[in-house]
Design a protein around this ligand. Sequence first.
Ligand code: SF4
Length: 388
Amino acid sequence: MSGLYIHIPFCSSKCAYCGFYSIPSLKRKADFLEALNQEIAARKGDLHGEKVGTVYFGGGTPSLLKEEELETILKTLHDHFEIDPEAEVTLEANPDTLSLDYLVSLRKLGVNRLSIGIQSFFDEDLKYLSRRHDAQHAQDCLLWARAAGFDNVTIDLIYGLPTSDADQWNRNLDRFFATGFPHLSAYALTLEPNAILTKQIEMGKVLPVNEDDAVRDYEILYRRAEENGFQHYEISNFCKPGMHSRHNTSYWFGVPYAGFGPSAHSYDGVSRQWNGSSLERYLEQPRQGLPVGDSGLRDETPGYGRVEKEILTPEQRYDEYVMLRLRTMWGVDLSAMKQALGARFSTYCEKNAQPLIEQDRLSRKGDVLYLTDQQMLFADGIAEALFW
Ligand code: SF4
């Protein structure tokens, strides 16, 4: 089954570490919603009638949308795509936008999985990241989520923070495991070139980041996850058995999906398309009388405005296959690769894997190449060594 992704580009304000495309103002929300619903309708044929197994509202902050706005988007999706009644419907939410009433209404709309950007259960960390909620509110909204009937909840945490030490990171994890929720995404703090935090550090205004802290916290993370019965199923993702994100996992397995909204990507199994990272340009299309998301449109400026498209060569498909699968606990299955891409690629991969296995940088069980928790720290370099 395929997937649908809806990108909501608005946030209440910009977090210091954020390198994503997001707009810290709701001024153009009504225009955006109109264009988004038009784009969904215009691209109803994108999945060729294939059933949809996952719907994902990402951002930005999708929980800034009102109940009736989300209801309209869901209705448009249902009108134009065949969505499985058992589909996983995820919505990313930030604690400062959540209340018990709002969570109850999300559940009624059919949202059955919440991804909450907690980031830390400690005020000094949240302040450093310039998040809009405090530790108490982080705890409260998890209680409200449970009370509203959400069992399938994932939270995001950030580690490697200079405001935290190993003991505090352990206490952060204690608080997550105490919730009983089945999924955790944990990311090392990275300094994005365009992020406010990067500039603040350069100017000496806030504490610098030490990479060794992230390695220390990562080792604590995978050990604690295992002790608590969580599977480390992707570099940054941990879950109770069977509770992985179906939507994100389908990206790693090359399942087709259609993405809507500025900066959203789509994949049809052969080519990748994406909308530019500009709300202004996204809104211009209907005003010019052109259907939003018409894949016939091309822009001279890559990355901005209308749909861009890239047809993947077999070699690019091989590189993606290696890069995405190696990040997961399922690894690279050489016989599945042979079937999907051909013997030329699986033979090449096996040959290049051998020296890495001998150097203990990569592991092999039967036909499957995979990374241990420790080896995952160097996943990018190992994938590169296997690239075409
Ligand atoms: S809420 Fe997320 S997308 Fe929005 S500014 Fe913060 S990190 Fe960026």
